[in-house]
Write a protein that binds this ligand. Structure first.
Ligand code: PRT
Ligand code: ZN
Length: 226
């Protein structure tokens, strides 16, 4: 068993869309921090709650490995990594604790504007580019469609123009990126937003009380916002 810890460690995005709002939300819960020189670690001053500033993609793994206790990450990242782990026969070790109401977007399937879209069955035998292979594969399986998943880490939207794929599955917020690439969204696979992620099992030391306190304050802050 991991050694008992008396401080709570929360992983948040170092830079990017969720970095500032995550920190603002935690600040509104009455926390403040002293930053380390390298700006990767923030030591909690008002509460024994520290922050680790990381890439969003590392957050589920940090929780699974017990390096961090909680994290603020997009539901899309959390569920993709959960799907990937399940696909590899591993038991889930993190889950969504709270939806946080910012970072809203959806994981959508998009096809060329010229495509006459009627149903998902049109994707049979086609290639779909995505950075979310687990979520896309789960959806294809539910729909009973055999299509080829082309994994790209970035610039997913240009794949159809490059002849790399027939459709894409990517995050959409305003829709401007799809339009700029002459694509149109046709199916929503997931509604996403930033979430507080934590372990499946509750903490069995003082971190449990700290997490309860944090959740109470978070729920209060979220109620005021909405
Ligand atoms: O460096 P790090 O790995 O930590 O960051 P990142 O580049 O992987 O993530 P980042 O900061 O871009 O996004 C973090 C999280 O923000 C995502 O995991 C989502 O949960 C959430 N989010 C909300 C979005 C968007 N909206 C969004 N629009 N993430 C990405 N996009 C991209 C999308 O992929 C597409 O390229 O923006 C483009 C589309 O935007 P529209 O407005 O043109 O539709
Ligand atoms: Zn990332």
């Amino acid at each position: 068993a991991a050694p008992a810890r008396d401080r709570l460690r929360i992983a948040i995005q170092k830079s990017g869309r969720l970095a500032e709002p995550a920190r603002a939300l935690l600040s509104s819960c009455g926390m403040s921090w002293r930053e380390s020189r390298d700006r990767l670690f923030c030591y909690g001053e008002t509460l024994p709650v520290d922050l680790l500033l990381v890439r969003d993609d590392d957050i589920p793994g940090l929780i699974a490995d017990g390096v961090c206790d909680l994290g603020i990450v997009g539901r899309n990242v959390l569920l993709e990594q959960d799907g990937d782990r399940r696909g590899n026969g591993r038991v889930p070790s993190f889950r969504e604790w709270r939806a946080l109401g910012f970072g809203g977007c959806r994981l959508a399937l998009a096809v060329p504007e010229s495509c006459d879209w009627r149903s998902p069955s049109q994707l049979a035998g086609r290639r779909i580019a995505t950075s979310y292979p687990a979520l896309l594969s789960q959806w294809l399986e539910r729909e009973g469609i055999a299509a080829e998943v082309v994994v790209l880490l970035g610039s997913v939207e240009i794949a159809p123009r490059l002849g790399q794929a027939d459709a894409v599955c990517d995050l959409v917020s305003s829709g401007a990126t799809l339009t700029a690439n002459q694509l149109k969204p046709v199916e929503t696979l997931l509604e996403s937003e930033a979430v507080l992620a934590g372990p499946v099992a509750p903490f069995d030391d003082v971190r449990g009380e700290l997490a309860d306190l944090l959740l109470r304050r978070l729920d209060g802050a979220l109620r005021i916002r909405h």
